[in-house]
Write a protein that binds this ligand. Structure first.
Ligand SMILES: [Mg+2]
Length: 98
């Protein structure tokens, strides 16, 4: 599916179900992903269910970014945090190599 079509579905979902409902949905979907990861850690889960719940979380997170109009802010935060993560990891590797 192309991005334009995906964005239209997100906008339609927010309009049809409402902002509050979609905020509740992301919380529910994150909880379902949490459950599937816990099941997998107990050797009772499977990758198919994890993939399904990850997709649900990504779909609902995309709507949350639209609701708050924060797509660019999220990308900025990701960029900052990934660079910080890389820096910290590089530093830890350097320390353990000594
Ligand atoms: Mg789900």
């Amino acid at each position: 599916m192309d991005k334009e079509q995906e964005n239209k579905i997100y906008n339609d979902a927010i309009e049809f179900f409402g902002v509050t409902s979609q905020k509740i949905m992301v919380i529910e979907e994150m909880s379902e992903l949490t459950k599937e990861l816990c099941k997998e850690l107990r050797n009772r889960g499977d990758v198919e269910h994890i993939a399904e719940e990850l997709a649900d979380v990504e779909i609902t997170l995309a709507q949350i970014k639209k609701i708050y109009n924060i797509h660019h802010k999220v990308e900025e935060q990701k960029d900052y945090k990934l660079k910080r993560f890389l820096h910290n990891m590089t530093e830890l590797k350097r320390q353990t190599d000594q």
